[in-house]
Structures are given as C-alpha cells and as structure tokens.
Design a protein around this ligand. Sequence first.
Ligand SMILES: Cc1cc2nc3c(=O)[nH]c(=O)nc-3n(C[C@H](O)[C@H](O)[C@H](O)COP(=O)(O)O)c2cc1C
Length: 180
Amino acid sequence: MKQQKKIVLGVTGSIAAYKSADLVRRLREKDYVVTVVMTDGAAQFITPLTLASLSGRPVYHEMFKDEESGEMLHIRLAQEADILVVAPATANIIGRLANGLADDLLTCIALATRAPIVLAPAMNEAMYQNRAVQDNCRKLKERGVKFVDPIEGDLACGDYGKGHLAAIETIVKVIQSLKY
Ligand SMILES: Cc1cc2nc3c(=O)[nH]c(=O)nc-3n(C[C@H](O)[C@H](O)[C@H](O)COP(=O)(O)O)c2cc1C
C-alpha cells in the first residue's frame, strides 16, 4: 500500500488565513495527511477548531504547552514532515525564516526540518514589493525554498495589486510537483 505523505501546514496572520481551510480540504482529497501549525497571528483570523475539524488532526500553535510531557513537539513535527508548507505566508514569517529566527513553534519546525519548504505569500502589494521583503524572499529562494507567488487582484485593504494568495489549486499543484 502506498504510504500517505505528511504535510505540516503553517498558517500565519494574514487576512487570507481563512483560505487555508480550503487548502486543508484539497490536500486531504489528494490523500495527504495534514497537520496544521498556526502562529499566534493566524489564531486572530481563523480558529484552531476549524482547521482541526477539516484536517482531522490536532492543531498546534504553542511552543511550551506540553513541556511536562517531555516531548519536543517542534522536533517531532519537523522530522515527521515530508513537506513543510506555509500558506498564507506573511511578510513577518518570511522575514523570520530568512533570518533563521526560532521564536515560535512554526519557525522552530522550519529550522529543524530537512523536508522541502513551500511558501505562498499573501500581503498588500506595497508590502510585497518592499525591498526588505523582496530581499528576504531572494535569500530563501537561494536556499532552495520554493515560492508560489501571489497573484494580482483586489486586496482586502482596498488596493488592487499583486499580493493575493495564489489559487489553492496552484498551491496544490506545486506541492504535488515537488521531488523529495
Ligand atoms: C486585518 C489585518 C490583516 C493583515 N493581513 C496581512 C497580510 O495579508 N499579510 C501580511 O504579511 N501581514 C498581514 N497583517 C499583519 C500581520 O498579521 C502581522 O505582521 C503579524 O505580526 C504576523 O505574524 P505571523 O507572521 O507570526 O502570523 C495583517 C494584520 C491585520 C490587523
């Protein structure tokens, strides 16, 4: 029997976070096992309950919650992952990953995993075009991180521009095309 691939899906604090619910569904339809890790920011936009219900698995976001169990959750999830996907990826998580920060569960997993990493940014166009963000994206690309670029459209802030989360089907296709 073919072994199911395991995805750790990081969800961050973008207005597009609600779209991660659809991404979880589509990935499960493709037979991936999806474990969601949320940042504190993401939890402002979508409830863990929604993502736990759709993924059929616990949703994690606290680094220090279960320390009395002796388990190092960030290491377990990093090692279990066949792919780490962050969708939507905020300017903030892109900056933290580009600089090797390890200040929450998701960034620790990203540092500790040897799995391929896919980021799907979503933000206001001016934020996305900002040199700091572009430099961070470049750094990550040079290290082999795969990007699913944002697309043009009406942005939640009222602007029009390239900052919209890529279509969920596109993100799924990129994940399926990975060689690992
Ligand atoms: C209503 C609202 C919408 C936001 N949408 C985005 C967004 O789409 N992309 C982004 O990069 N930041 C966005 N932010 C800012 C992030 O939430 C903020 O930078 C936060 O610190 C991100 O943390 P995280 O990356 O750890 O989740 C938004 C903030 C608010 C209040």
